[in-house]
Write a protein that binds this ligand. Sequence first.
Ligand code: CP
Length: 306
Amino acid sequence: MKLSSKDFLGLENVSADEISYILETAKDMKKTVNSSMKKVNYLQGRSVVTLFYENSTRTRVSFELAAKYMGAQAVNVSVASSSVAKGETLIDTGKTLEAMGTDIVIIRHPQAGAPHLLAKNISASVINAGDGMHEHPTQALLDMMTIMEAFGTLSGLKVAIIGDIYHSRVARSNIIGLTKMGAQVNLFAPSTLLPPGIEKLGARVFSNINDAVADCDVVMGLRMQLERQKKCLFPSINEYARFFGINPENIKGAKKNALWMHPGPVNRGVEMTSTIIDGDNSVINKQVTNGVAVRMALLYLLTGRE
Ligand code: CP
C-alpha cells in the first residue's frame, strides 16, 4: 500500500486504512528504536530538513532521530539565525532547500496552512509538524499508536480530551483521527477555550469533567497555550488548575485501567497534577518513544512512494 499524497499535511484527507497502515509500519519501526543498534538503511542517500518557526523539543528531535536511525542526512534549519530573519519568504526558503537536494521538509509554523502552501510550491515531500491552531497530525498518530498498544484497537474506545481545546492542533488532529478509527471523543474545557462548532468534527462536548471522563479508556490533558492567547480567557492559572486541571479525584469515574496522556510539554500542576503525570497509568513517556517510531514510519512510507 502507498500513501496517497507526496505530503503529509493533516489527518483530514487521510483514510482509516492509511492510518492503520502507518501505525502497523510504526510497530515494526519501534523494534529499531528499542534496539541497541539503532541503524537501518531505509533512508540511505536521502536528505531530510527540519524547518521549525516555533519552539519544539519532542517533535523536532524525534524527526531528526527518526531520519538518522534510518540512515538519512538530517539537517535542522535554525530559523532565528537563517535567512528567514533577513526577510526571505517561506516559499523561497523551501525552494532554496529543495535546490540543495532535500527530499523531505518537515515544517512547524505559527500560521495555519503554511505547510500546505509550501507543499504546493516545491516537489519535495512536506510533513506538517504543527501549523498554528490547525493540525499536528504526527502527534495524533503517536497518540493513537500508544492507545493501540494498550488496548489492541481504537474502535469502541472512549477518549476524554480536557483543557485548552480552542488553541490545540493536537486536539483537532486527535478528534479527526480517533473518530475516523471508531473511537468516541469527549471534550471538556472552559467555555472560553472551546471552539464553537467543534462537535461538527464528531466529538461530544460536556459541561463537567466527571461526565466527560465517565467510563473512559483514555484521559488526555492538553497544554495551556498561553503564547497563543491574545486576551484573558480565564481569571488566573490557579483558578484554571483548580476547576479544570486533571487530578486523581476528578477522573476517578474513568476506567481503572484508563491511560493518562499528555502531548507535552506539561505545565505541572496546571493541566495535571504530578500524581497524574508520574502515576502508574501515565503513558506520557511512551508517547514520546512512539513519536520516534511513527515518524520513522512516515519518513519511510513517503520516500518509498514512487
Ligand atoms: N507535543 C509536541 O509537539 O511537543 P514539542 O512542542 O516539544 O514538539
